[in-house]
Design a protein around this ligand. Structure first.
Ligand code: NDP
Length: 449
């Protein structure tokens, strides 16, 4: 890691001291502060008015017990979280993650990132995140429903279309949003569609929301390739994960002429030399809720499953980490760089370690951080809120074009801001500074609140 600007060092030390043990949160804060040196040189008022210190402290943090009864009749207890990080630009907005690894530090890292990502979209949304250490894997629909109902029985007091608008994330898809929305509607006696996004199409959801994060990431990479006189046509791509983001990234890459050779889950990865068959992947992952190993069993002629390696061992031109935080470390980055990978874009949140990002910069690999590259999901959630507020619904094509235009504008903002601060082509600097200045200026305008 590089050394932070003096005034930012003190802020980082304070964050580490006040939030002990929350290593992912520290990492996310450091990553943003690391870009802000030239900004505070130019605008010392951001430090003097404590905007940066205030940004590092969530406006509100809620932790609650989630008791529920499993299919065997046993009482289970999980922990629920909602971190309402910053509402200078609009209601808190960010997903819910259900995964056994969830604790306060993960929710705070995600909520912190979300502030700048949401600012970067140019839309009126603040930043927040939530979730639980509940593991939906292997649970029946009835168990997932009872868990979601119990979770919402506490969460409903804190959310609403003008307050805080949760959505999906890892482990939370349309099924979970349905159970959460059903319970919210029942408790509040209001059909308040704008209180949650990621809803099903027949009950207030928006076209393209399911596809948005994966499609948006690929649109962003397409902008990168175009600005270098290239396209996806003929490119070999590796995508990690096989959940929501990965699936729709694969879909769009194939539409644009690239070939996705490999994808993964936490049990291993599959390589398919003919390109990942999206219908088969969806059948296994979305319908059967199965494991990626089943893909190779279904296509033994071209596909193989590797249970004990890293998906980043597969040679490619473009790599899209779309699974989880810190999944792509220095060694993986070195293998990718040596085998000719030229572009890495984060479909997931913070999947590349700081050491990997540094290596990409030193090796001339173009690197797009999640704040910019995966912002299409939350942007389309904001479009869902817009449609809910006006009781309208737009077509798939119309919404997809809006998503593509948003990703184009985010790309332009990153490039323009990186140029302004003499770091041409540096998407990390561009995204962090462009997102930060939008939210910081709003905070200055709103006073000390
Ligand atoms: P899903 O739950 O749909 O899928 C996650 C995928 O990642 C699964 O295939 C999972 O495999 C895999 N995975 C998890 N941990 C590991 C690991 N350690 N090694 C390999 N694979 C792993 O989540 P999403 O697709 O929604 O989210 C993925 C990432 O994208 C997260 O970082 C999320 O925060 C981010 N994101 C999501 C958005 C959205 O709209 N959904 C928006 C913006 C960012 P397994 O099933 O085995 O656990």
């Amino acid at each position: 890691m590089t050394d932070l600007h003096n005034s930012l060092h003190a802020i980082y030390d304070e964050v580490s001291r006040r939030n002990p043990g929350e290593v992912e949160f520290h990492q996310a804060v450091y990553e943003v502060l690391d870009s802000l040196g030239p900004v505070v040189d130019k605008h010392p008022d951001y430090v003097d008015s404590a905007v940066i210190r205030r940004l590092c402290e969530p406006e509100r943090q809620i932790i609650f017990r989630v008791p529920w009864v499993d299919d065997a009749g046993a009482v289970q207890i999980n922990r629920g979280f909602r971190v309402e990080f910053n509402s200078a630009l609009g209601p808190f907005k960010g997903g819910l993650r259900f995964h056994p690894s969830v604790y306060l530090g993960i929710v705070k890292f995600l909520g912190f990132e979300q502030i700048f990502k949401n600012a970067l979209t140019g839309l009126p949304i603040g930043g927040g995140k939530g979730g639980s250490d509940f593991d939906p894997k292997g649970r029946s629909d009835g168990e997932v429903m009872r868990f979601c109902q119990s979770f919402m029985t506490e969460l409903y007091r804190h959310i609403g279309e003008y307050t805080d608008v949760p959505a999906g994330d890892t482990g939370v898809g349309t099924r979970e949003i349905g159970y959460l929305f059903g319970q919210y509607k029942r408790i509040t006696n209001r059909y308040e569609s704008g209180a949650l996004t990621g809803k099903g199409l027949t009950w207030g959801g928006a076209q393209v929301r399911t596809e948005a994060t994966g499609y948006g990431t690929v649109f962003f990479v397409d902008e990168i390739l175009r600005s270098n006189g290239q396209s996806f046509d003929g490119k070999r791509v590796v995508v990690s994960g096989s959940g929501n983001v990965a699936t729709y990234a694969i879909d769009k890459i194939h539409q644009l002429g690239g070939t996705v050779l490999a994808c993964s889950d936490s049990g291993g990865y599959v390589v398919d030399e003919r390109g990942i068959d999206l219908d088969l992947l969806k059948e296994i992952k979305e319908i059967r809720r199965g494991r990626i190993a089943e893909y190779a069993e279904a296509r033994p002629e071209t596909a193989r499953f590797v249970g004990d390696g890293s998906v980043w061992d597969v040679e490619c031109d473009v790599a899209l980490p779309c699974a989880t935080q810190n999944e792509l470390d220095y060694d993986a980055a070195l293998r990718l760089t040596k085998s000719g990978c030229r572009v890495v874009a984060e479909g997931a949140n913070m999947p590349c370690t700081p050491q990997a990002v540094k290596l990409f910069a030193e090796s001339g690999v173009i690197f797009a951080p999640g704040k910019a590259a995966n912002a299409g999901g939350v942007a389309t959630s904001a479009l869902e809120m817009q449609q809910n507020a006006s009781r309208d619904s737009w077509s798939f094509d119309d919404t997809e074009q809006r998503l593509a235009a948003i990703m184009r504008r985010i790309h332009e903002r990153c490039i323009a801001t990186a140029d302004e601060y003499d770091r041409p082509g540096n998407y990390v600097v561009g995204a962090n500074i462009a997102g930060f200045t939008r939210v910081a200026d709003a905070m200055l305008a709103l006073g000390v609140v």
